[in-house]
Design a protein around this ligand. Structure first.
Ligand SMILES: N[C@@H](CCC(=O)N[C@@H](CS)C(=O)NCC(=O)O)C(=O)O
Length: 207
């Protein structure tokens, strides 16, 4: 019998959505376990010792083993599927976009979305407030890199949808919730439409 799959998550998080979307596109069922990150539910002794020593969700539980990091969990789910290119260059290029997502995109776009949508701008401390302009600039720079890539091709890596598209879709399609207007990025908007049209697609708020 296959191992049970449990997603330890906070539903509104784009990082958690990536995993749900990957599973949905592949027709894989996930059990979901919700944590309120604003109440520190991923910082308890129990969570740190049994689920993720890094105190964060998402974590994909595979039987008795725990796999933190959203993009790693997507790789586990998509192993051997068409969402991971077999061509050597396209495979590495998919990983390039997934690393870009974690370094250039998510820390800016997802963080501003979290601060503005979940925390509230009036509740930010002075350090967070001071970081906003730099995160806005870096977020727009990341969107500009994606825009340039998508001006001449349908998918970020290879010639079909891959984990690169799923992982970057997660926070790009809700970027406006962090204050990033996508009107200036027509190629990204068209690509958002293509991802949304993939068979099996589920929206971020799907339960
Ligand atoms: N690189 C990680 C980032 C995980 C992350 O930052 N998770 C956030 C929610 S999206 C979290 O758990 N925050 C709660 C906390 O830090 O206490 C991934 O891609 O999974």
């Amino acid at each position: 019998m296959a191992d049970a799959l449990i997603l330890h998550e906070y539903s509104d998080s784009g990082n958690c959505f990536k995993i749900r979307l990957t599973a949905a596109l592949l027709g894989v069922a996930l059990e979901r376990r919700e944590y309120d990150i604003q109440k520190g539910e991923t910082r308890t002794e129990h969570f740190l010792t049994t689920v993720n020593a890094n105190g964060r969700i998402p974590v994909l539980q595979i039987g008795g083993r725990f796999l933190p990091e959203s993009n790693a969990a997507c790789c586990w789910l998509a192993h051997g599927s068409a969402l991971i290119p077999t061509d050597r260059f396209d495979h590495a290029d998919m990983l390039r976009w997934m690393f870009f997502e974690q370094y250039n995109h998510e820390p800016n776009i997802a963080t501003l979305r979290f601060w503005r949508r979940m925390v509230g701008e009036d509740r930010l401390d002075s350090v967070q407030r001071a970081a906003i302009p730099a995160k806005e600039g870096a977020g727009h720079a990341a969107l500009a890199v994606m825009e340039r890539q998508l001006e001449t091709r349908d998918w970020l890596a290879g010639d079909a949808a891959s984990l690169a598209d799923i992982c970057l879709f997660a926070y790009s399609h809700v970027a406006h919730q962090g204050g990033f207007d996508l009107d200036a990025y027509p190629a990204i908007q068209a690509w958002v439409g293509r991802v949304t049209a993939l068979p099996g697609f589920v929206p971020i708020d799907h339960r």
